[in-house]
Write a protein that binds this ligand. Structure first.
Ligand code: NAD
Length: 269
């Protein structure tokens, strides 16, 4: 049976761990050829391990080292991928990080570092993807759309987060970057959406789940009473990347077990 993303080329940024690795595996299982981006030499072996898992299951792909906050790196990665596979169909703008600090002590470096990866990195990769989608246009043998971008945002595009102003500002920025691009390029048949994860068990938030006390406290924020897994996000990404969601454009899809439902009001506030 034809798979939903058969032979489409997907770049997943920050795919050597956590949600990115989960999304890369899900896209590959759906038939996509997956580019596993990672930032530095030290993350190469982890990226190769993700690729090995994919190929062991019969999937295809390559790794690509690139710091998404650097314009020349991003342009080289897209050029390398297009030279290897001919085009790009799907971008998952996933790379992201935190540098938390009480606001009065937050340094300009901490601010710029987080905004540089989480927001400028998504701008740089989206721009290269859109240039390629515009060049190719719709090829009905590949997909009903000329291309698909999935931004990895967060529940913190709508939930303020004390002590994490740089991170919340970056995700608020991602929301309107995504919606503005969706509006600008819909008529070109380019679909652009975000996934907003709640708490997903990955290295970025280890301190929130790696002791029973921390997990108990975290679950008070999650009405569905479980922490999310990267596969929960992978399944949503496959749907948003496939023609099954062809009429979905400019949407933030919350995959959060209800975290955005004001759980503090469950027992009458
Ligand atoms: P993670 O730390 O496992 O993954 C982040 C990845 O980004 C890492 O693989 C890292 O190497 C990569 N990265 C960092 N800087 C980079 C750069 N300059 N260039 C390329 N790659 C870079 O954490 P995660 O939870 O998997 O996070 C993935 C995304 O999901 C992030 O955008 C994060 O904000 C978002 N998110 C995570 C959660 C959660 O609960 N885990 C919730 C909401 C949103």
């Amino acid at each position: 049976m034809e798979k939903k993303l058969q032979d489409q080329v997907a770049i997943v940024t920050g795919a050597s761990s956590g949600i990115g690795a989960g999304v890369a595996k899900s896209l590959a299982a759906a038939g996509a050829t997956v580019v596993i981006n990672h930032p530095v030499a030290a993350t190469k072996s982890a990226a190769e391990a993700v690729l090995a898992e994919i190929t062991a299951e019969g999937g295809k792909g390559m790794t690509a080292q690139c710091d998404v906050s650097k314009e020349a790196d991003v342009q080289k990665m897209f050029a390398d991928v297009i030279s290897a596979y001919g085009t790009v169909d799907i971008l998952v703008n996933n790379a992201g990080l935190q540098k938390d600090s009480p606001f009065e002590n937050m340094t300009l470096d901490q601010w710029n570092f987080v905004l540089g990866v989480n927001l400028t990195g998504q701008f740089l990769c989206a721009r290269e993807a859109i240039r390629e989608f515009l060049r190719r246009g719709v090829d009905p043998k590949r997909s009903m759309a000329a291309g698909k971008i999935i931004h990895m945002s967060s529940v913190h595009e709508v939930i303020p987060w004390a002590g994490h102003a740089n991170y919340a500002a970056s995700k608020g920025g991602v929301m309107l970057l995504m919606k503005s691009l969706a509006q600008e390029f819909a008529w070109k048949k380019i679909r652009i959406n975000s996934i907003c994860p709640g708490a997903i068990q990955t290295p970025i938030n280890r301190q929130a789940w790696d002791t029973p006390e921390a997990l108990k406290s975290l679950l008070t924020l999650i009405p569905y009473q479980r922490i999310g897994e990267p596969e929960d996000i992978g399944k949503a990404a496959v749907w948003l990347a496939s023609d099954d969601s062809d009429y979905v454009n400019g949407t933030s899809l919350f995959v959060d077990g209800g975290m955005t439902l004001y759980p503090g009001f469950t027992t009458n506030g």
